[in-house]
Design a protein around this ligand. Sequence first.
Ligand code: ARG
Length: 677
Amino acid sequence: PSVFHFSLSLTAFLVLNLRPMNILALLKSRFAPALKSRVTDPASLLEMIRVAQDAKFGDYQANFAMSLGKTLGKSPRDVATEIAGETQLDDLCLPFDVAGPGFINLKLRDDWLAAQLQAATTDDRLGIEKTTKPRTFVIDYSSPNVAKPMHVGHIRSTVIGDALYRTLQFLGHKTISDNHLGDWGTQFGMIIYGWKHFADAAAFTARPVPELSRLYRLVSKLVEYRESLAALPTVQQKLTQRQAEIKTLQSQPAAADKAAAKKAAQQLAQAQNQAKSLQEEIDSLQTKIAAVEGDPQLAKTAAAHSDIDQRVLAETAKLHAGDAENLKLWHDFLPHCRDEIQRVYKRLNVTFDHELGESFYHDRLAPVVEDFVARGLAKDSQGAMCVFLPGFEAPMIIRKKDGAFLYSTTDLATIQYRRETWQPDAILYVVDHRQSDHFEKLFAAAKLWGCENIQLAHVKFGTVLGEDGRPYKTRSGDTVGLEGLLDEAVSKANEVVKSIDDANPTGPQFSAEQRQNIAETVGIGALKYADLSQNRESDYTFSYEKMLAMNGNTATYMQYSYARVRSIFRKAETTPAAVLAAGGKIVLSHPAERALGIQLLRLAEALATVEAEFRPHYLTTYLFDLAKSYSTFFENCPVLKAETTELKNSRLLLCDLTARTISLGLSLLGIGVVEQM
Ligand code: ARG
């Protein structure tokens, strides 16, 4: 028997008029009044309303009755039946039964789905409403250390940050992007030192950036050499200690009882692991030493600059102290470094509202430290100014013994500035997971400092790996430069576009120039999507072949699907507007049409999860599922050869919605589409 009753309470009436296109949110809002009248906080029960795992149980499932039954001491089936009876659903869902121990299986009405889709056909936002609770987000992303060549790790921050910026903005939030450039660090001390000792003035005049990178690479190699020489003995000593420990552990007689034996085994494994990572550290130090000593010319330079590490620090300190010569050099160099990264941003189609680098905060650092001291939040410890944080073993240092400020001090000053200037509700830091410790401490310190009302989130991401499972490098062993990477992706994309074109003699047959334009969108899109489609916290393996695959969860597949849908309209010699003007109406007559229709309407749900967790991969997963639903629809439902004009028009409108959903979804990821490929 159907348990469905119609009851129009005032709340239900208000809910009805809200009309959110997020189906899941709509269903939750419908169930909320009945749940609220039974428990004070229905949030966890509402979480149990979900998309059905298996289509045979309908489209959505409400599984709260089991838990609620327990709380109320009633049979879950009775609870489910009562609640369903009080809940306004018949305009959305078919009549239903309570199944098994108390599942409410919901199937959406075809006419309701069709009406929602029809409304989307004339809506640029595809029915996605702006949030009624807009928040102000400051998003800190890309943030490279300029003057060092940008590398593949910077893509992740740039691309993930840009996607979050676009998505949050689309959802109606106020978004402020701020590229926190590293423009004030030791790398400038290196370039200044390099300039004073190794500069080739003519090369600088001719092409400043390559000359500056040459200086940076030379000096950093020499500094690393010194640092490695200095560090080696200590690490070697540690290794010797571990090895001795391992020997002792191995020579001990086997423990009598199981627990002791287990403990001994664990101890041994731990010591062996430590020995292994110490050995790796030694290898890497020795590689850096060999890089200099293996090159007679370089070795000679190294010998002549034996205190280079100290002198680079001194140049940096002089810059920070306002030394006229160093400041002038910094002013000369910085614009070139910035131009260099702007070229990359331009190709990635990424812009920032603000680019307030570390140098911007220089004058604010001393007052920040004073304020921490004045509030009793920082204490002197062996000459260094430290913030001791509850729950952390080591303090956060905000001023070193020699008076120098740190990365943390700058980040505190940055929080203060952002708070005063933009009054954000949240600040997102899209930064490598290796900086987790830094951000945990920073957030704890900011909380003590009175920022408890701002959501501070480290939107962390994993490492980009090569196909060998190690951090992605080129053959020569340098970390891959970003521009080379983009060029390669575009040139591989060109081959892919050519092979599609060649395989289809009646197809577009692009000119070389047209193909290059398409390849730029496809290549850059592939690179971005490969990054975004991973759960950001996992490491991801970089592979041109995978990112440009025509079948799979790639931008290329999405862009190709889009272009194919567009080609249907070209073949039909019509436009979506003409179909609508001719009275085109969406009808869902075939299961594949219905499945595509529901999937189209789920964009809002996907965006809501991106918003909640700052994870763009929910959107790529959604798009991939959409492309699959489309392809099933396309195989089963002839469009141009549909039996009737009504059906043809309906299908054309579904095609158009698919194309626009792909295009909107990709645009929120910062990825373009092409009309033909
Ligand atoms: N420049 C830093 C780096 O390359 C990242 C800065 C991230 N943003 C911040 N506010 N700390 O490692």
